[in-house]
Ligand binder design. Sequence first.
Ligand SMILES: C[S@@+](CC[C@H](N)C(=O)[O-])C[C@H]1O[C@@H](n2cnc3c(N)ncnc32)[C@H](O)[C@@H]1O
Length: 268
Amino acid sequence: MMQSKEKIQNHYKQEAFTKGLSKECSMQDSYVRDCETSFIINEIDRYYNYNKSLKILEIGCGNGYLLSILSNKYKELDLYGIEFSKELYALALSRQLKNVNLINGDCREENCEEDFFDVVITERVLINLLEKEDKIVALNNIHRVLKEKGRYIMVESFNEPLANLNKARKELLLEEIDEPYHNKYFSESIKESMSMIGFAELEPSVKKNFLSTHYFLARVFHEVIRPENSTMRNTELVKFFDLALPDSVGNYSPILFRVFEKQLSTKK
Ligand SMILES: C[S@@+](CC[C@H](N)C(=O)[O-])C[C@H]1O[C@@H](n2cnc3c(N)ncnc32)[C@H](O)[C@@H]1O
């Protein structure tokens, strides 16, 4: 575990030095970033409507980009962030967000009080835990810190849609996209573990494969017609088709938008 922890921390140290406080830190595709942010806000708003005193935790908050948006939007709520890269943690701290408490820690450890949060968010974080056992430890921790009926907003990458994306790429003689060396994607089989931990999956506010059309456009269609050495990300062509086409077509987005609810405990 130590070796992989160092590998991940080195990766994010580089990310902190090269991207700083920018929105592109850990996500170069601004369409994906914006859709993730809107999804998370929609989910909080669904809950916020009937609860004005939410406690929200973002695990793996990186440079604090999402927390800065949430802090501005929900000025009266208590927000918390955990980040294990000390460089990214320092960047998040430097934002001096008023209603945000930051912890420099590891989500596999018990950093927070039990039954404390109404909402826990992970945005491409648990995929950095390369061993399945570590993912289970982190998911158990999320369950532990959530209040009963609290929501876990999960924005994480999955293998099955990546395989579909690669099938489409192969047909067009494009190279396969591998998982980055610092990631190990989830598999759909995690659903069984989630229910054993005590989570029930809820219908999200948008389809969980919301980004599918975009991934097909950006990683298949655009790559076929893109002139060699031309721009890969955030092109006008992809932006146009993102607007022109319906979202959620097919199952080509490794990143899925999911929501889980902590079930009422059967423990005495
Ligand atoms: C892909 S980045 C996403 C950051 C942020 N959520 C965002 O969207 O900008 C993953 C983040 O999770 C953090 N992270 C990875 N493993 C972690 C762990 N075991 N405990 C806490 N944070 C972790 C990384 O340092 C990094 O900041």
